[in-house]
Design a protein around this ligand. Structure first.
Ligand SMILES: C[S@@+](CC[C@H](N)C(=O)[O-])C[C@H]1O[C@@H](n2cnc3c(N)ncnc32)[C@H](O)[C@@H]1O
Length: 290
């Protein structure tokens, strides 16, 4: 058995898109109860002992430090979850933020959370098409742990290029594989991991670098934060273990229960360094910049 990490292992785009929307519709409320408003890793310095929500906040701060975000910037938060980053960016930078998710449930939770803000909106829209976002209209495309689930990651990078203003920045933080191909039992483990998280495929950091450059971006930053984030999964496993089977079932239904039981797979993959946490910042280059 051989699997290339740059190609989808789930071949039906419509089916996986629907499945992802349903997955988040089913588990987002339960996630909020168990974990909180953000659906991403935390950032830990060395063996820092901090709560997972502080660590998640720190991850966002670390990412913003890689960008220069002017007050009033126009930001597209692609794969916005329950709006955690969007609301932070709208409040801290008075940014005009549009958050995009596949899940109606997430969009409605995010709208309720942002009810007092008039500079953030949430839409249910596919990142691979972004039909409501005009060309050259965005200062920053923010994609925090959403690209994993995109069926066509290069198409997303091209959409980001389309909607960004010249010189605008793409920030992409995503789970990556440690190699281009897996064989035999490694291929089976990779496949199991992807299916558990509704991830069609997980390319390498190098694949992202090449693909971003190929699509007319200048790469400003590439980082591997695996060792800063992996502790999140230990905390995730302990949090989930604190809940009974029935409680997990009540909070997230059967899919939520299955997901909760499978997070150990991701913890182990980070421990074995098979999954890497890639962070990329890139600027849109146009002819006038060349
Ligand atoms: C792991 S969550 C991350 C959420 C958020 N960025 C955060 O950090 O809290 C993944 C998000 O990507 C979104 N997503 C996945 N595929 C998408 C697609 N094709 N178009 C738009 N959003 C998508 C999901 O709906 C979900 O909101």
């Amino acid at each position: 058995m051989l699997i290339k990490t740059s190609q989808p292992i789930i071949l039906d785009r419509d089916k996986i898109t629907l499945q992802i929307a349903k997955f988040w519709d089913q588990i987002s409320e339960g996630w909020r109860v168990i974990w909180g408003k953000h659906i991403h890793h935390g950032f830990y310095e060395n063996d820092q002992t901090i709560s997972h929500d502080v660590a998640q906040h720190n991850l966002i701060i670390k990412l913003t430090e890689l960008l220069t975000i002017p007050n009033g910037a126009t930001i597209l938060d692609v794969g916005c979850g329950m709006g955690g980053s969007s609301i932070f960016l709208a409040e801290k930078y008075q940014a005009n933020v549009t958050g995009i998710t596949l899940s109606q449930k997430q969009a409605s939770i995010a709208r309720a959370q942002a009810a007092k803000l008039n500079n953030v909106i949430f839409k249910v829209e596919d990142a691979l098409a972004l039909p409501s976002i005009p060309d050259n209209s965005i200062d920053i495309v923010w994609s925090l742990e959403s690209c994993e689930q995109f069926f066509d990651k290069e198409l997303f990078i091209q959409q980001a290029y389309r909607v960004l203003k010249p010189g605008g920045k793409l920030m992409l933080a995503t789970w990556c594989s440690d190699r281009e191909e897996y064989h035999d039992s490694d291929a089976k483990s990779y496949q199991k991991l992807c299916l558990a998280f509704d991830v069609p495929y997980m390319p390498t950091i190098e694949w992202y670098r090449e693909t971003i450059i190929k699509n007319n971006f200048q790469v400003n930053t590439i980082l591997d934060w695996s060792h800063h984030v992996k502790k999140s999964w230990d905390i995730g496993v302990s949090l989930v273990n604190a809940y009974s089977f029935l409680k997990l079932l009540k909070l997230g239904g059967l899919r939520g229960l299955r997901f909760a039981k499978q997070i150990k797979l991701m913890r182990d993959a980070f421990i074995q360094e098979k999954v890497k946490y890639g962070v990329f910042v890139a600027s849109k280059i146009t002819d006038s910049h060349l």
